[in-house]
Design a protein around this ligand. Sequence first.
Ligand code: SF4
Length: 327
Amino acid sequence: MKYLFGPVYSRRLGYSLGIDLLPPKICSLNCVYCEVGPTTDLTCERQEFVPTADILREIDQVLAQGVGSRPIDVFTLTAMGEPTLHSGLGEIIAYLKARTDKPVALLTNGTLFADPEVRAAVAGADIVIPSLDAARQESFERVNQPAKELDLEKIIAGLALFTREFKGEVWLEILLVRDMNDSLEDLQALQEAVRRIDPTRVQLNTVARPPMDERARPVSPEKMRQAAAMMAEGYNGQVDILVDFQAMAQKEAARVQKQSALLSREIAALLQRRPCPLMEIDKALFINDSQLTLACLQSLMADGRVEKTVHNGKEFYQFVRPALEQK
Ligand code: SF4
């Protein structure tokens, strides 16, 4: 299958059969946290980027044959870009609704809802999950790096209009990036936008997977709780925090452990050639974190593979060669 994938399990939707409407990477945004990579076609122009008929054919195939023994709870329209840019979206949603009683969900960056054609195309879905990461222009530009024709006020007004017209559920997702869209002013502006849009629920997220731009860092659990409390003020819907901070911390610890093991091997190889002071190790291996180098050296010393010596008043680290066997 070229366009359908899964089903994959998600905490939000259950077993979701994905329908990928666009090839990478056509989008109206170029978010710093994007997992797909940089946007190559930054556009707001809707087109039939891949043939609708081919997608419908794959849907027929899945409906006729299923996907092995795996269950499908929901069909999810998505893309490695922005799915509302596909001009066949309305036809695909109508096709699914006519042939299955499973709910149809749409993941979208929410930027095109000011366009009545987009609102009409999406009207037949059951759950729409739009994003809105910033309600202040400077933060919007910093985090989402939008196409030049996008206007933040129109985006928010479009989402508010869509939510009023739509018969299904709207789950507004807000992704917070440390020092980019998480200031008090940002949260106050988002709080105001949430009240205006009035979605069924608000879902808060942060950077949990490798982002396109390494400056995109997750916010702290405290910041997330503060944001959740603020979004809940003056809003009657449910506010969820989607991030599992404990799992994120475990993943980060595993990543650091792997990086340290690799670096320890490189340091040992360098010291096998010649004894070096700390600064020289950093310079030779392009390390910009001496604490990390020291931690690796300490672990090598604890294993007895490296020792510290002083020569002419200067500290050196040197490789410990095994003693030659006695004849
Ligand atoms: S809207 Fe989605 S696909 Fe587009 S750049 Fe942002 S994260 Fe990536």
